[in-house]
Unconditional design. Sequence first.
Length: 421
Amino acid sequence: MVGKKIKVLSLFSGCGGMDLGFEGGFEVLATSYNKSVHPDWNVKKSMRSGWIMLGKTPFTTVFANDIRKDAKSAWVNYFSKRGHKQNTYYVESIVDLVKRAKNNEDIFPKGVDIVTGGFPCQDFSVAGKRKGFSSDKSHDGNKIVDNSIASIESRGSLYIWMKEVISIVQPKLFVAENVKGLTNLANAKKIIEEDFKTACDNGYLVVSARVLNAADYGVPQSRERVIFLGFKKSALKEDALLALSQENVPLDFDPYPPITHAYHHHYSNLMPVVTTQEAFMNLDEPDISNDPDQKVYSKAKFMGNHCQGQNEVRLDSVGPTIRSEHHGNIEFRRLSREHGGKHVYELDRGLGERRLSVRECARIQTFPDDYKFILDSQNEYGGVSGSQAYRLIGNAVPPYLAYNLAKRLEENWLLYFKEEK
């Protein structure tokens, strides 16, 4: 049992999916929790039927960062209610932050235990142009028009600057996340693993990156992400260093969480995947909902099956990957009969064709309903539009996937690391 707070420095934070997952203390569907796999998790019944409240973890976010102002608005509006201050979140390029830190500015907090970061993934995504390390976007999100700009500052190489932060703050552990497509792009995965190892003069042991599918962990979504984990060698106990150095890490020392759900649950301890029908439980239709995030949905018309984002979600299975797109790329909640809609029962009730709402996307991503995405421009932290909300949600790590990872690391923390004197 970890007896103290574990400080987390969050990079490329967006609206805080990873941050929320690591901290815990939020609602998820009861069917997302597999008690037979995790009988010792601190879980309580929610006041809402069909939901549970996850216990808090010892992890706490002491620094967050992104280049998007709307991301900070959403993050601060939510996390301020959890006791975090507005100045915890820096809206600035990681490149500029590192340069300032190396210029002896007091940027990053002291005593950081973990660095997390989902470095920009558009350049590695199969849904994008897959420019990878040859990205034409700079670290501040703008298009590179001057070829003299060093490629190390391109969006596709920003993990290098995450490595620089790791070298500066020297955490016990780092967690880096990206799209599965990275593993199929030349030897990108191997290059990134080798680069991360060199943080702090080859001071980190990088466990072989693994692809996790969110659906295997009770998230109602088919979403595959590659996770890189690096451990500071000098902080590890001798037996942990030996175990984590093996090609096949012994089960007791495995830092990746065990799966809890499966499409074909033949194993007695696994639960069936969580469906979108369950995720949409008790959501009113937008025209009668009191939730601003449920009221808003893309009005983009059906463009034909040859275009991306023109399918309706299946209610009897997991949802599609929520992308960092908006309007025309947001999947349909239901299609009309004319466009091949299969939710006949709903159509017979007179419910019309429409795309997924902001709240429905958030539910598929496992954000709790008390996380408000659409914010009025008069909000004290700044406004967030419907289009911006879609992008923020699609860019995020599913909080419940992050929670599974965080709980595994919490369970093994004292197994891995030496006690501090």
